[in-house]
Design a protein around this ligand. Structure first.
Ligand SMILES: *Cc1c(COP(=O)(O)O)cnc(C)c1O
Length: 447
């Protein structure tokens, strides 16, 4: 067998693979400040990724927020091997199978039975679209088709397909496609960083909720749903906000007959300290989207959980009143089995309790950065820690990213926001490694 190096693979990848979220030009020129190195990965083990040149990288962002229990996790691997020998796939229209049934039952139980009906797809953006379509179609089935509009928050990210982009408020992803979109109405964000002098995060949450209240007062008869990322707006730059906003939004949605959709694609599965982020506000959404961590970062899987009220509005003799949405791989048995193995680990290892201790360790490891003159808003919610960097350098985030890789850490900033979102199996030593890489890369990128 010929031993291949990074160089062989990256040249072939650049020629034949069109990479996501990437200006392909920036892979080419290693002398440019915009240079984005392309890293061929040979294998993964635990929190580490290994390339073909004998280098390793600690996965500080869980491979785009998906990986919860490490790469090549023995328990998930074993479950998948068994499933592979049993049933790899069967269509879910007219057929069913144990992994999809068990997963649906367990997800329902995790919501206390409040969201007892699970509808599957393969990626987060599709889950967003399904939730929007369900809400719209619910009102139509009730004879109120004028309730067809959607509300989202400033800085929201709910995916990048055309329907999901309509409720996404990030110009970099959205602007080019604006003419294609049926855009939602953007409400003020409760982002705690917006606090004025003497204001608390709760004050910011109340201010944002007051704006929502006055909008609903006037327009609720034309609105189907409000979609939110509970507690942390991820792609906006880990914008964190007080649970008070969710409590107030829930009450307003109830009063004005508007669905509340919780997009827990990034913040669900224990990421913020509770299994679902919205639990910290003690509220019940009407619809919830899950993806990313739900399969442990193994296979594409997303799910929309819905309330009995919504589900029942589709039950009828008429096929047109049914939710006819489908994807070829809806409810794929391998992906469902990976999700079941992931939920098993949560139960067997008391993961939420373990994560509380790890979150404290992450907080302690990053705490010295609060004194850095160019660091602002050091913040944390469970297993997400972030801070913003004040600099005029347009290429700061690229410089930081490359400097972190040189220190064996995958830490990919969002603009000038640097964050850690490691897999839950990260050890104390690995947390120290990440924190050292972050402070070292910060010094190098700002030099
Ligand atoms: C990643 C993400 C999505 C989109 O999921 P994809 O699988 O990338 O389509 C939607 N909403 C939130 C909050 C996300 O973080």
């Amino acid at each position: 067998m010929i031993e291949r190096s990074n160089g062989d693979w990256l040249r072939r990848s650049q020629a034949a693979v069109w990479h996501p979220c990437t200006q392909m030009r920036q892979h080419d020129d290693s002398a440019s400040p915009a240079h984005l190195p392309l890293l061929p990965i040979a294998r993964g083990k635990g929190a580490w990724l290994y390339d073909f040149d004998g280098r390793r990288y600690l996965d500080g962002i869980s491979s785009w927020w998906t990986n919860l229990f490490g790469h090549a996790n023995p328990r998930i691997n074993a479950a998948l091997r068994e499933q592979l020998e049993t049933l790899e796939h069967v269509m879910l229209a007219g057929f069913t199978h144990p992994p999809v049934i068990e997963l649906s039952e367990r997800l329902s139980a995790l919501t206390g039975g409040n969201l007892g009906h699970a509808f599957y797809a393969s990626d987060g953006a599709s889950a967003t679209e399904i939730a929007l379509k369900m809400s719209f179609h619910y009102w139509r089935n009730l004879g109120r088709p004028q309730k067809s509009g959607f509300l989202c928050l400033a800085g929201s990210y709910h995916g990048e397909t055309v329907g999901a982009l309509a409720v996404t408020d990030l110009a970099i992803f959205k602007d080019a496609y604006a003419p294609l979109l049926r855009t939602a109405t953007v409400m003020p964000t409760p982002d705690a960083r917006l606090a004025g002098a003497g204001e608390t995060p709760v004050d910011v949450a109340r201010r944002a909720a007051a704006a929502l209240a006055s909008h609903l007062e006037e327009h609720a008869t034309k609105i189907a749903a409000l979609i939110v990322e509970p507690l942390v707006q991820g792609a906006a730059g880990m914008a964190m906000y007080d649970p008070e906003y969710l409590r107030l939004a829930r009450a307003l949605c109830d009063r004005h007959e508007v669905h509340l959709i919780c997009d827990e694609i990034a913040v669900g599965c224990g990421r913020t300290g509770t299994f679902f982020a919205h639990e910290q506000a003690a509220i019940r959404p009407d619809l919830m989207c899950l993806s990313k961590g739900i399969s442990g970062g193994y296979l594409p899987l997303s799910v929309v959980l819905s309330s009995d009220t919504i589900y029942n509005a589709f039950l009828d003799d008429s096929v047109a009143r049914a939710f006819l949405h489908s994807h070829s791989y809806t409810g794929n048995p391998l992906a469902c089995r990976a999700a079941l193995a992931t939920l098993d680990i949560f139960a067997e290892d008391d993961v939420l309790a373990v994560n509380r201790r790890k979150s404290a360790k992450i907080a302690a490891a990053l705490a010295p950065l609060a004194a850095h003159p160019q660091v602002r808003h050091l913040r944390q919610r469970g297993m997400i820690a972030a801070f913003d960097v004040v600099t005029d350098d347009a290429w700061f985030s690229r410089k930081f990213y490359r400097a972190a890789l040189a220190r064996e850490a995958l830490v990919r900033p969002l603009g000038n926001t640097i964050y850690l979102m490691p897999p839950y199996i990260v050890s104390d030593d690995e947390i120290t490694h990440l924190a050292n890489a972050v402070s070292g890369a910060l010094a190098e990128a700002l030099a």
